[in-house]
Design a protein around this ligand. Structure first.
Ligand code: VG1
Ligand code: CO
Length: 543
């Protein structure tokens, strides 16, 4: 084999964000930008040498090329075996499943998740460790440190590996196994859920739609929902993965999945609708005329966990990211299981899942999952809801409103201010941080501040700590405001304002969240001086 060593220059901007390294696709395609990052992974993650690497992506523009570049580099760097999804495809949760099932040393997942794709869109890469989860901060920092000093990368002289068919190939000394991207994942789903009950539900007059948003979950949803569970053909919409996601944001929320939302409206509305994102790890859940917030979804699933065969004897605990509503905490307290609050990003759930402290976890950003893999999992959430709906025989709205009656309702909303000037965003956060100490005890908009801090997390398993994870301000009526800057954007900064108010009285649980949160929204705007500092009077996206 001819290993070639190619000189390169380091870049200063390869620190992974909340979920891997994300940039405009143009950046990745030029000047060895991708190669530098990949070489930094091989240089620092030495268990890959002589080990197995899982490789796949969400199929966006540049996916195919990037896979071939990485395969050549993996062979040159001494990887023993690469497991690649057919056509270079693997959803993020499926990649996690495959890493775990075949005891791989790690995986490289190519995706910019819900960010737009295509020649002018975004690209991304993420390294997952042997537990199947996103690398913890210690690992991402080591990779980043290496990118700052990298001077060369290794590759081999060889043509492209054929990824069109399932089968075995070699690239120099390395074995390349092209696998069906759906099979292992579908088997795992069948081992968790009551497929018989879901099949019976779908055989009746229950109507559902799943919007794959022209992204990776199309083939997964068709195989599992339509072929294995008998959902009517056409249940999966936008099921053909496209390199540019049809020009849309593959982001399952009320704005970007408007076509699906419309299908749930009125007398003709379907009983259940769901969508997933670019790489298949996010989910949105809808009933007829009813939107389930991701925070409520986590709480409802935790409360109903024992209806799912894999969790029949109960779950040990649940975790949520800090900005996620505290609805799941109430369930945990009521049913007597542990609960944890972690920083934003799935990597922080990994240790808790590995240690068996929790089985369910979730984020307000349309992320829900369990201990079956180490990523959030869009289709898992859809199947979990179908399982609960099948067993309970009630509608989505009935299940959620009953849940609120029992545990109280956590009104919740997130306001995003996108593509704002980075300096102004940093200043806004800095002035908030500077004022935190003086806030407790003061009155804001008639509410008393009970605590104000910059969230700091100490991992209960390995003791590592993460600071500056977002500003939290809590009030005497249980309501809460959180401010943080996004770590996934590729242009300017995004300010996220998370608003939450608790309502125990059933007769007051039917308000529109924006109305229920109106006074808190005013307090948040005044406190952070949003309009003065970033010149915006309304958010770009409200969820
Ligand atoms: C966002 C979400 C966060 C999520 C992350 C990755 O991060 O808020 O909850 O973990 O995206 O999701 P940020 O830093 O922009 O707020 V995905 O579907 O990109 O893997
Ligand atoms: Co995603």
């Amino acid at each position: 084999m001819t290993v070639i060593t190619i000189p390169t220059q380091p870049f200063q901007d390869q620190r992974p964000g909340t979920s891997g390294l994300r940039k405009r696709v143009d950046r990745f395609r030029h000047d060895n930008y991708l190669q530098n990052f990949v070489q930094a992974v091989f240089d620092t993650q030495r268990e890959l040498v002589g080990g197995t690497l899982v490789l796949g992506g969400d199929g966006r523009f540049f996916n195919r090329e990037a896979i071939q570049i990485i395969l050549r580099m993996a062979a040159a760097n001494g990887v023993d075996r690469a497991i690649v999804g057919q056509n270079g495809l693997l959803s993020t949760p499926a990649a996690s499943c495959v890493i775990r099932k075949y005891a791989a040393a790690g995986g490289l997942i190519l995706s910019a998740s819900h960010n737009p794709g295509g020649p002018d869109g975004d690209f991304g890469i993420k390294f997952n460790t042997a537990n199947g989860g996103p690398a913890p901060e210690g690992v991402t920092e080591a990779i980043y440190g290496r990118t700052l000093e990298i001077a060369e990368y290794h590759s081999i002289e060889s043509g492209d590996v054929c990824l069109d068919q399932v089968g075995s190939h070699t690239a120099a000394q390395m074995q390349v196994e092209v696998v069906d991207p759906v099979r292992d994942y579908a088997e795992l789903m069948a081992s968790i859920f009551d497929f018989g009950a879901i099949r019976a539900l779908l055989a009746g007059d229950f109507r559902m739609r799943f919007d794959a948003m022209h992204a990776i979950t199309g083939p997964y949803a068709k195989r599992i929902l339509e072929e294995q569970l008998g959902a009517a053909p056409g249940t999966v919409i936008n099921g053909e993965p496209l390199e540019d996601f049809g020009g849309h944001h593959p982001d399952p929320n009320l704005v970007h999945a408007a076509e699906l939302v419309a299908m749930t409206k009125g007398l003709d509305g379907v009983d259940f609708a769901a969508a997933s994102d670019g790489d298949g790890d996010r989910n949105m859940i809808l009933g007829r005329d009813f939107f389930v917030t991701p925070s409520d979804s986590l709480a409802v699933l935790a409360a109903n966990a024992t209806l799912i065969p894999a969790h029949r004897s109960g779950i040990p605990g649940a975790a949520r990211s800090m900005p996620t509503s505290q609805a799941v905490d109430r369930v945990a307290a009521a049913i007597g299981i542990k609960h944890f609050e972690t920083p934003t990003g799935w990597k922080f759930f990994g240790n808790l899942l590995d240690a068996g402290e929790i089985a369910f976890c979730g984020e307000e950003s349309f992320g829900t999952g369990s201990n079956h893999v180490r990523e959030k999992d869009g289709l898992w959430a859809v199947l979990a809801w179908l399982n609960v709906l099948a067993v309970r025989g009630q509608s989505v709205a009935e299940i959620v409103t009953e849940h609120w009656r029992e545990y109280g309702r956590n009104y919740y909303s997130r306001h995003d201010y996108e593509e704002i000037e980075s300096g102004a965003a940093e200043d806004l956060m800095a002035q908030l941080r500077a004022r935190l100490q003086g806030l407790p005890g003061s009155l804001l908009g008639g509410l008393e501040v009970t605590y104000a801090d910059d969230f700091r997390y100490t991992d209960p398993i390995d003791g590592s700590s993460s600071e500056h994870q977002g500003v939290r301000v809590g009030f005497n009526d249980g309501s809460r405001i959180v401010f943080r800057l996004s770590g996934t954007g590729t242009v300017g900064a995004t300010l996220r304002v998370y608003l939450e108010a608790f309502e125990p009285h059933p007769e007051k649980q039917q308000l529109d969240p924006q109305d229920a949160l109106a006074s808190l929204i005013t307090i948040a705007n005044d406190l952070a001086q949003i309009e003065q500092r970033i010149g915006r009077s309304t958010p770009d996206v409200i969820t």
